[in-house]
Design a protein around this ligand. Structure first.
Ligand SMILES: *[C@@H]1O[C@H](CO)[C@@H](O)[C@H](O)[C@H]1NC(C)=O
Ligand SMILES: *[C@@H]1O[C@H](CO)[C@@H](O)[C@H](O)[C@H]1NC(C)=O
Ligand SMILES: *[C@@H]1O[C@H](CO)[C@@H](O)[C@H](O)[C@H]1NC(C)=O
Length: 406
């Protein structure tokens, strides 16, 4: 059995780079499940802990008693509750947990609870993936009990990184209610999307916002949310990470993957650091075809985007902390870059594409843009803001962005 799992694991990890691989994977997973089903589903997951973080103490509750956490005096029933789910080979000791929890504690707006399932995801990746379904159901049942005990379901906010992003989807499917929001930070890609391993979907919450930073390698490369945000195009290497990530230390190997929670943590401290603009594709974004207006921007991360906004969003970030570029991040790296990208595809950026009043959507813009040649995507974007500033309808979050421009 061990060798099958090893083999499976190798294939799963190899999968990250292959395309025609799904059928084979399914066969492998089926056979592994046949041989290990008991191991993977009969566990009671009693070693999962719900840990309430406060400045002075962390309060741990085993999953069976998770609802008792609500009676803890440090738990503030008047605040929304964020449930953070870590990834493969992580635990309460991991960097992501430290960074995200400290940002939440600084902000003080939420109860921060860590779902520590480190005991179940510390080994082989394939086994960890296959455990996701049963673990998610166990966690969902615990959350249902917490809601019965008084947890506010309307503001309950699961946030999951990597395998934890996928876990949040499975968990949501076994809740008695639909969460208003799930945030997935580069949800795990390899081995998801086959029947044995259902993946996070946009139906798992009213709003599912996904931040992609290592799509196609550690992270999923599909648009699975109601809002999918693709910083720097969403793939490795993210700025500041190196393409030759051959050193096997986790921080290098997963540098791009980890940007997802680094960006998220920064957004807790600075909600408006990462405006992202609705656009059809990264290449259209790079051509300057998606200028900001008063209804096509979401803030990546903490700030809850308006639920009416859906689709794919793009932005640039810096290569080191603080990563957020503000509104500069909604534009191509430079006007010259935009021009180059345009020329390469024989599409020019025109004033028309950026007109605030009657601009077509990005797709139409690509077609429209081909005739009237006038460059300057960046200027266009600025004009758009000026117009938008004088209109009276920006949403709360957008006001901040527009102020920054002023
Ligand atoms: C709570 O746990 C985190 C690790 O997840 C640790 O960094 C922090 O110091 C702990 N807080 C307290 C007050 O012990
Ligand atoms: C993580 O949790 C374990 C118990 O599950 C505890 O012994 C350890 O101190 C915790 N680590 C931190 C950094 O809080
Ligand atoms: C804003 O831009 C989007 C495309 O990103 C477009 O569909 C929409 O019509 C524009 N809205 C305004 C008010 O210009």
């Amino acid at each position: 059995m061990k060798s099958i799992l090893f083999c499976l694991s190798a294939v799963v990890l190899g999968a990250a780079l292959g395309g025609t691989f799904k059928g084979k994977l399914e066969t492998f997973v089926d056979s592994a499940l046949e041989k290990t089903g008991d191991l993977l589903t009969s566990d009671d997951f009693s070693k999962i802990q719900f840990i309430l973080y406060t400045k002075y103490k962390n309060y741990s509750y085993p999953i069976a008693n998770a609802a008792d956490l609500l009676a803890e005096p440090a738990f503030d029933a008047g605040k929304p509750t964020a449930l953070y789910m870590h990834g493969w080979r992580e635990s309460n000791e991991s960097g992501s947990v430290g960074v995200v929890s400290r940002a939440f504690l600084r902000r003080g707006s939420h109860n921060f609870v860590l779902l520590d399932w480190g005991e179940y995801v510390k080994g082989d990746y394939a086994i960890s993936v296959l455990r996701c379904t049963a673990a998610g159901e166990a966690v969902g049942a615990a959350v249902n009990r917490m809601v019965d005990a008084g947890l506010d379901r309307d503001t309950f906010w699961p946030i999951g990184h990597s395998l934890g992003g996928q876990l949040s989807g499975v968990m949501a499917k076994s809740l008695d209610f639909k969460p208003s929001r799930i945030t997935a930070l580069d949800p795990a890609g390899p081995a998801f999307g086959i029947p044995a391993t259902p993946q996070l979907s946009r139906d798992d919450a009213v709003m599912v916002d996904v931040i992609h930073t290592d799509a196609g390698v550690s992270g999923a490369s599909s648009n699975d949310g109601t809002i999918d945000i693709w910083p720097n195009g969403g793939t490795r290497p993210q700025p500041g990470c190196h393409i030759g990530e051959t050193d096997l230390s986790d921080s290098l190997l997963f540098c791009s993957h980890h940007r997802s929670w680094e960006f998220f943590a920064e957004s807790i401290d600075d909600e408006t650091a990462f405006p992202a603009v609705s656009c059809r594709s990264w290449s259209a974004f790079q051509k300057g075809l998606c200028p900001v207006n008063d209804s096509n921007v979401v803030y990546m991360g903490f700030a809850a985007p308006a639920t009416s906004l859906k689709g794919t969003f793009f932005l640039r970030t810096g290569s080191e902390k603080p990563f957020g570029l503000g509104v500069d991040g909604t534009r191509p790296a430079s006007a010259e870059d935009a021009e180059e990208a345009s020329t390469a595809d024989h599409v020019d950026v025109t004033d028309d594409t950026a007109a605030t009043e009657d601009s077509a959507d990005a797709e139409d813009a690509v077609e429209d843009a081909s005739e009237d040649a006038e460059d300057g995507g960046e200027d266009d974007a600025v004009d758009t803001h000026d117009d938008a500033t004088t209109t009276s309808t920006p949403s709360g979050g957008l006001v901040g962005l527009l102020r920054r421009l002023g």
